[in-house]
Design a protein around this ligand. Structure first.
Ligand code: ZN
Length: 323
């Protein structure tokens, strides 16, 4: 209850009540409210600096969790990098080596992205460093996967090539073992059947009855099938590509013509004794880059170890060739 104040009025000789002016009262109240509000605001402001609200607490936990998850993701990337490094090593040291491709250097596999700063948008936050690092590592892993994938594409192509090469190389005996009446005469110095002089015999002779089938020893294209080369009589040359050519001489008949494509094992002609030949036999030569090489090393496609040893034994006998 507010005090009622009086004053003495000399004119009426009596005490009179002091009437407070209404406007002044409103002013006091307003001032009081304003001061309270200011104080309350200051209090809340200062308190908020030191006391965490439940919402802030929640956010802080969430942030901590996000940070933890980022660190865990980085650990997972460590593991991924180890696996990728292992694949890259096998790629370089086994697959690429086997298919004669140059290894991909480490710098190329792990090359970063040059030029503009790709992570500019991620800068300016408290956790920028962690986030940028994570982005960088993932980008690098992604790039490594692309390089690896390309390398495997290349190897697939090389493997296909290698398969082609393997089917092209003359790799089987051109006459069946059961058709041979006598084992072969080999490549090397042999006695010439006509002059009885010892000279180089550039191929292998397989003795077999006239008309015995002769097989293409590898995939290729018939380069010639004629009797236009001195001494060889009716003969066939097959170009296998990759520098390999095989030659089949003294044939009785042909089964192919020039430019015909043949597969390994196709019957290309029949044993005969045309040209400079003493008796029916197949004279067989292999060329690599225009040089004649010993055919004995090229029967891995068809002979067993035992058969090969027998052939090797006979081929190395210093007997007389049939030319
Ligand atoms: Zn011969």
């Amino acid at each position: 209850m507010s005090k009622v104040k009086y004053y003495y009025d000399p004119d009426t000789l009596s005490y009179r009540k002091i009437e407070r002016k209404k406007r002044r009262t409103v002013k006091y109240i307003s001032l009081f409210l304003l001061a309270s509000a200011l104080f309350a605001f200051l209090f809340v402001f200062i308190a908020s600096q030191y006391i965490e609200s439940p919402r802030e607490k929640g956010l802080r936990h969430e942030l901590q969790n996000a940070q933890l998850q980022l660190e865990l993701l980085n650990k997972k990337m460590d593991e991924t990098e180890v696996v990728l490094a292992n694949i890259a090593e096998r790629d370089n040291n086994i697959y690429r080596l086997y298919f004669e491709a140059n290894p991909i250097p480490e710098e190329q596999r792990k090359a970063g992205f040059g030029g503009i700063n790709r992570y500019k948008d991620l800068e300016g936050f408290d956790n920028s460093k962690l986030i940028i690092e994570t982005h960088k590592r993932l980008d690098q892993i992604q790039k490594q996967i692309v390089v690896q994938s390309k390398s495997l594409d290349e190897i697939t192509k090389l493997a296909e090539e290698k398969e082609k090469l393997l089917t092209a190389i003359p790799a089987i005996q051109p006459v069946n073992n059961e058709d041979l009446t006598r084992m072969a005469s080999g490549y090397g110095i042999r006695t010439d059947p006509f002059t009885k002089v010892r000279k180089m015999h550039w191929g292998m002779d397989f003795t077999a009855p006239r008309g015995t089938p002769v097989y293409a020893s590898g995939d290729g294209v018939v380069e010639r099938a004629d009797n236009g080369a001195a001494g060889y009589g009716n003969h066939i040359r097959i170009n296998h590509g990759y520098g390999y050519v095989s030659l089949y001489a003294h044939l009785y008949k042909y089964n192919v013509r020039k430019n015909q494509k043949v597969k390994r094992g196709d019957i290309i002609g029949f044993v005969g004794s045309t040209g400079r030949s003493e008796a029916p036999h197949l004279h067989y030569e292999i060329f690599k880059d225009d040089q004649r090489i010993n055919p004995i090393n090229f029967y891995y496609g068809s002979l067993s170890a035992e058969e090969f040893n027998k052939l090797l034994e006979h081929a190395s006998l210093e007997n007389q060739s049939l030319d």
